[in-house]
Write a protein of this length. Structure first.
Lengths: 341, 341
DNA sequence: TTGAAAGCGCTAACAT
DNA sequence: ATGTTAGCGCTTTCAA
């Protein structure tokens, strides 16, 4: 009868020792076979592999990570899963990281800085080899923890500011400016804005501010705006535009805080027979496929979320390989002129 | 001078020992304060807490998990992040699990069973307390590993079959049948189908099969179908419908493999002046908010993805608390009659 | 309420 | 090519 295991976990408790005993070799030999490290005799290898299969051994990475260096864990903290933007980034990250054997530990802040602080601490406890966070704005204590962690930190989706370590993303200020310039060029002067919760979505706020500044410089005017205190959605955009138009009839172009919102705006116009862009021009942000598949493709600024995720992943891999990495990677957006403005 | 650390990791190497030394107590006392376990004197607690702050200690969950029982890790394996459906489920999971201190380790299979097998092994190595996988179909070796793991296994999004342990989801067969019955009731008889990659998306395949069977029983007929060998998307739905209508002019209702596809179909009709549902009826699956915000709300079957995630999370929590849990949780879909069929 | 000793399952370092 | 020894950072038991 085997030595009585100390804890509940005992069910799965097949360890290296069991394999070693079965194969008639030492533990370290089994370890080497499993990690394909060091030189092993052909016969021994086969013996061990057979034993592994026989006892149904599953390596224990928790023990492995404690004994050796790397955890192969990458922490990822994003504000939301509702907005397709973050799953897109996640996809890019996973695409480059998973194939190299790294696992993603994911957490969602709901756009709350205090939650972010808490999650950073929680993830750091897993000794990830890198941590990906969203945006450049964090609580002071969050920044301190991130700095002190001594690992690669990638801030994604924004480059308007100083990164803690590495930033991969785009300039939201530039995106806001470019759209304003485009609309001014098209001759629009009387603007509306329909946005979501700018208090929490700091990047949307940067676009908003830059847009307004450029509009003002270019002789345009913000006639009115409608801010919905919710997460962005097609529904919110649709009702936001309805509300805005109810208050102001003299608007000729509306800038939305993103494509989801703008698509809602387009739907409102479709449903109410408002000619776009004849009576009202509509512009968004993100360049979602959906907006481009509308009967009239949406005028917007395309962001490269998947690419940002990939490049963030590549930056991490490069760092872990000891290579130098640029501290800011600009994944420039591009204006999609579309047909709605 | 401190003892020279053995490994590279050394930068962050603030350990319990450091805190203990600083506070002038033993390691175990620090451990107890941090985990709020056992009784600790008020003074000692303050002393330790001050020391923790002073040395900037971040607990090491890897060491903690090795020494104790639980890892507080939940593995999650989904087929895709492109389709909003899975982020929705993930959101539900995170919503219930994260607030209880569990961390999500995420992996994406790209709908490939071999990849799933590989990822199950990789995640199991982290000794998660539960593992969430998608669907009821897996490779034999995957099932064997899952069974042998001795932890809670939740299969989400499908209940048409025998769960390994717990299944939380809906019946795709029923969804397919219900939509077919609805369309037949509306008087449609000449059907088309526009779908995505059914070889890999097994749940879409179940809907497809049930739909066709019910149509046949009800005196309807499948005039033609167009299967796009890609992931589902608005773009694919739009071009799929274009292709289908190019081949067959005598179709009066089209069932799409999901809402993304169906919305693409609606866009095609909008762009080409095809009256919906007058000339052509359109039906989807999922009940995405987007489809309901279209000028005419989409006829579809609404699934409760977020709820499925939540219930999967709750089932896990219940199990970990030692409670009995039902082996199949049916989160029924509901027909949204909409206005496109 | 606090501590000393032992060990979780694995791997680095140093033999042989 | 293989093995021995020590110890990763923490928590469990058992004692005081």
């Amino acid at each position: 009868m085997a030595k009585k295991p100390r804890r509940a976990n005992a069910g799965t408790a097949v360890t290296l020792t069991d394999v070693a005993r079965e194969a008639g070799v030492s533990e370290i030999t089994v370890s080497r076979v499993i990690r394909a490290k060091g030189s092993i005799g052909e016969k021994t290898r086969e013996l061990v592999e057979a034993a592994v299969r026989k006892v149904g051994y599953v390596p224990n990475r928790i023990a492995g990570s404690l004994a050796s260096a790397g955890s192969d864990l990458i922490g990822v903290i994003i504000p939301s899963l509702t907005n397709t933007v973050f799953p897109d980034v996640l996809r890019g990250l996973d695409d480059t990281l998973a194939r190299r054997g790294y696992r993603t530990v994911l957490s969602v802040t709901g756009y709350q800085p205090e939650v972010e602080a808490h999650l950073v601490a929680a993830l750091l406890a897993w000794r990830p080899e890198a941590l990906v966070v969203t945006g450049l704005e964090h609580q002071l204590d969050t920044v301190a923890m991130l700095r002190a962690a001594g690992i690669t930190i990638v801030e994604v989706m924004d480059i308007d500011g100083e990164p803690i370590d590495i930033a991969v993303g785009m300039s939201h200020a530039r995106a806001g400016r470019e759209m304003a310039a485009h609309l001014l060029r098209r001759g629009y002067r009387r603007f509306g804005f329909v946005g979501h919760d700018l208090d929490h979505d700091l990047r949307a706020r940067k676009r908003h501010a830059a847009f307004l500044a450029t509009v003002a410089e270019g002789g345009g005017r913000l006639v009115g705006e409608c801010i919905i205190e919710q997460a962005s959605s097609v529904r919110a955009g649709r009702s936001g535009l309805a509300e805005l138009l109810g208050r102001h009839s003299d608007i000729d172009a509306v800038y939305f805080s993103n494509d989801d919102m703008a698509i809602g705006g387009v739907f409102h116009c479709l449903a109410h027979g408002i000619a776009v862009p004849g009576q009202l021009a509509i512009a968004g942000f993100n360049g979602l496929d959906l907006g481009q598949q509308l009967p009239q493709p949406l005028t917007t600024v395309r962001t490269h979320r998947f690419r940002i995720g990939q490049l963030a992943g590549e930056a991490i891999l490069a760092r872990l390989a000891g290579k130098k990495v640029e501290s800011t990677v600009d994944v420039a957006c591009d204006l999609l002129t579309g047909a709605t403005a």
